[in-house]
Design a protein around this ligand. Structure first.
Ligand SMILES: [Fe+2]
Ligand SMILES: [Fe+2]
Length: 134
């Protein structure tokens, strides 16, 4: 059972970014499902690393998009991405140290980030892009 699924409340108004957010959710759900099945160890570490890679690529794509549409808050948004990646890396190291066993803290961090960052921060570049082309 997925821990979180994409719905219209996460729509940022940019199809490519919505699609990438869905990929992030899928990658997170795979880790959650693995834990629910009692899977641990390097399988989980690899799934966590995969989520990290997808997220890193998404942030780069998002920053490129913001640059393309002349979004004025790009640098502040980039700094938030940087901080999230640092937090993610710390979690990934803890999971590894625990033998590939993610804690509830990890999933709470992801859920909080995905909802607050997408709904509160990402939506703003979508609104900017829309206003610019309207
Ligand atoms: Fe973002
Ligand atoms: Fe995003």
């Amino acid at each position: 059972m997925p821990i979180m699924t994409w719905d219209a409340s996460l729509d940022v108004g940019v199809d490519a970014m919505n699609h990438e957010h869905q990929e992030i959710l899928d990658a997170m759900n795979k880790i959650y499902d693995a834990r629910a099945k009692g899977i641990a160890g390097s399988v989980v570490d690899n799934l966590v690393a995969r989520l990290g890679a997808i997220t890193t690529r998404h942030f780069a794509d998002e920053e490129a998009f913001m640059k393309k549409v002349g979004y004025p808050e790009l640098e502040r948004h980039r700094a938030l991405h940087q901080r999230l990646l640092e937090q993610f890396t710390a979690h990934a190291q803890q999971i590894k140290a625990a033998g590939g066993a993610p804690s509830d803290d990890f999933f709470n961090f992801l859920k909080f980030w995905l909802t607050s960052h997408i709904k509160g921060i990402d939506v703003k570049y979508g609104a900017h892009a829309k206003g610019r082309t309207a």
